[in-house]
Design a protein around this ligand. Structure first.
Ligand code: SRM
Ligand code: SF4
Length: 576
């Protein structure tokens, strides 16, 4: 593809014209995701990849990084940054077996610079700090246990999320199967991953990507399967959502929500977070057709000129929801039916034990920041490995960076609880406020971080707990999320209080999200230091404690009290 042309339907511009973004050249020239990655891998003069290949390895599930804490020091010593890769695995629905867990635990221990397993906000795990000589070993280790990292990053459909829901086991199983089917269906079909990382034979084909095409998608694409009333996977952060509609505990179809996304750029009003729109109901057997039609419409109409406006949310606002929806119907050969009723009431995970309808027990462990590491007196990572040695069910990574020990029999329950307690994985002192707080990774590994997030969260929550106690609200909590930049990885733009890094120690403060995750918060104050931030929270919580109606939640209160205006239509209200 060279420069794109303009197609028009009823005067709506379907394809954006102009000089294509450089990533478009890179994708087309990559020979279906191969590039010269294999040659780069053999070049031991540098720990890194060429600029094109460092973009391409993303579609293979890796990001080139370096430790920002030591970057300046290495520069002083005239050394190149200590390049390494972060790997993100593909785990639709976040389910991983104990055998797989033990293998990833060992790899993290033996071959990563941080020795941690990081649970992410998209139900999978990341290894941070894998040096070039260990990259092939990593992929081959994962492949041996049935895990890959294809399409967990880059301009493709990412890891497909599914509500963790341990209670309604049969419904969860059906929803989970759809998450895996959608993931497989939308995966790149190129054999590049197998050839480069698994040393599989090169097969001569005129390879085609029937769904993604040789240019893949204009930008990243995110999909979920969600089981109401829990919105634990945060539908409004995602391009495509299948909302499970059930009858007597049996899945019968999905409502389809399209066009959510959270990222924006400070000071650029053409970028904004956006809620997904409800397209209507489809029966189960049309799921893959609809997934494919949404993806190919976005593939063909998404903005390939300006990557900042390339996601589905912007395509919808540019061409119009009705035009986009009609095209999806045309491509899938079906009409959406009227949406079936459902309601989201909460997010987050219920920490502790629950009993499922299958009489199995499920233990949700709160893992602060999703970081599984052996801390002094708190060997969390070893604890999970010890559980994996005796557990006969599976593990579920949640979209809130927590871990569920799922499918525990009555007789194993006490032993698993003891191991968890002995290793600090159960701490009865963890407040609801801490459970309702989340941060993205940020420093030291994220190259885009402007401020701390993961490393700031524990002390920030302690301060907020103090403020709640001071105002006699110790039993209450506020959905509090922090990200180190406005990309939104910790989903701060769906929080009751969202803090977004502006610079070292400085945050913009957004208020007014709700418990169900269906409202986007609005800017309240900019560029606050940590002290100023605490003073603002103290002041707001003080007002909430005296002015709230009955059990009014914090996010609802700040809107009713006109502290911030409600964001109803993002493109109109978010920046005004
Ligand atoms: Fe993210 C980029 C971490 C969920 C929006 N994200 C990054 C990178 C890879 C930085 C980079 O491009 O070099 C971060 C790596 C940090 C590190 O060292 O690990 C990063 N994102 C994460 C994770 C690990 C945060 C976490 O604390 O768990 C999450 C991994 C999810 C996964 O397993 O796939 C993660 N990222 C999200 C989410 C939340 C979600 O999807 O539910 C969002 C907002 C939703 C959305 O997409 O709108 C998100 N990440 C971004 C963006 C902005 C995309 C955009 O639309 O402009 C970037 C930057 C980019 O793509 O240019 C980004
Ligand atoms: Fe990095 Fe920004 Fe994402 Fe945080 S929100 S992980 S700082 S890209």
């Amino acid at each position: 593809m060279s420069t794109s042309t303009i197609e028009k339907t009823n005067k709506v511009e379907l394809i954006v014209s102009g000089k294509l973004a450089d990533n478009e050249r890179m994708k087309v020239e990559s020979n279906f995701l191969r590039g010269t990655i294999a040659e780069d891998l053999d070049d031991r003069m540098t720990g890194g990849f060429t600029p094109d290949n460092s973009q391409l390895i993303r579609v293979h599930g890796m990001y080139q990084q370096d430790d920002r804490d030591i970057r300046a020091e290495r520069q002083k010593q005239k050394l190149e940054p200590l390049h390494n890769v972060m790997l993100r695995a593909r785990m639709p629905g976040g389910i991983i077996t104990p055998t797989q867990w033990l293998a990833i635990d060992k790899f993290a221990q033996d071959n990563t610079s941080y020795g941690s397993i990081r649970l992410t906000t998209r139900q999978t795990f990341q290894f941070h700090g894998v040096l070039k000589p260990n990259i092939k070993l990593m992929h081959q280790t994962l492949n041996a246990i049935g895990i890959d990292s294809i399409a967990t990053a880059g301009d493709v459909n990412r890891n497909v999320l599914c509500t963790s829901n341990p209670i309604e086991s049969a419904l969860h199983q059906e929803a989970y199967l759809w998450a895996t089917k959608i993931s497989e269906h939308l995966l790149p079909k190129s054999r590049a991953y197998a050839e480069i990382w698994l040393d599989e034979e090169k097969v001569e084909t005129t390879e085609v990507e029937p769904i993604l095409g040789e240019s893949y998608l204009p930008r990243k694409f995110k999909t979920t399967v969600v089981i109401p009333p829990k919105n634990d996977i945060d539908v409004h952060a995602n391009d495509l959502n299948f909302v499970a509609i059930s009858d007597n505990g049996k899945l019968i179809g999905f409502n389809v929500l399209v066009g959510g996304g959270l990222a924006m750029t400070h000071g650029d009003k053409t970028t904004y977070p956006r809620r997904a729109d409800d397209f209507g109901y489809i029966p189960l057997d049309k799921t893959l057709e609809i997934a494919e039609a949404v993806v190919t419409t976005q593939r063909d109409w998404g903005n390939r000129v300006n990557r900042k406006n390339a996601k589905t949310k912007y395509t919808l606002d540019r061409v119009g929801i009705d035009v986009f929806k009609a095209e999806v119907e045309k491509r899938a050969g079906i009409k959406f039916e009227e949406s079936r009723s459902y309601e989201f009431t909460s997010r987050g995970d219920s920490i502790g034990w629950v009993k499922g309808v299958d009489d199995k027990h499920h233990l949700t462990l709160f893992i602060e920041n999703g970081r599984l590491l052996d801390y002094p007196n708190k060997p969390l990572k070893t604890g999970v490995a010890e559980i994996a040695k005796v557990h006969s069910g599976d593990f579920r990574m949640t979209a809130n960076q927590n871990l569920i020990i799922a499918g525990v029999s009555e007789q194993d329950k006490a032993n698993i609880e003891k191991i968890a307690r002995d290793h600090g994985l159960i701490d009865d002192g963890v407040s609801t406020q801490r459970q309702d707080s989340m941060a993205c990774v940020a420093f030291p590994t994220c190259p885009l971080a402007m401020a701390e997030a993961e490393r700031y969260l524990p002390s920030l929550v302690t301060s907020v707990e103090g403020i709640l106690t001071k105002h006699d609200l110790a039993d209450e909590s506020i959905i509090l999320r922090v990200t180190g930049c406005p990309n939104g990885c910790g989903r701060a733009l769906l929080a009751e209080i969202g803090l977004i890094g502006k610079g070292p120690g400085k945050y913009n403060m957004y208020l007014g999200g709700n418990k169900a995750g269906t409202r986007i918060p609005k800017i309240y104050q900019e560029n606050l230091s940590e002290d100023a931030l605490m003073a603002e929270i103290d002041n707001l919580v003080s007002r909430w404690s005296v002015e709230r109606n009955n059990n009014e939640a914090f996010g609802d209160f700040v809107i009713r009290a006109s502290i911030v205006a409600e964001v109803i239509v993002s493109v109109r209200d978010f920046h005004d």
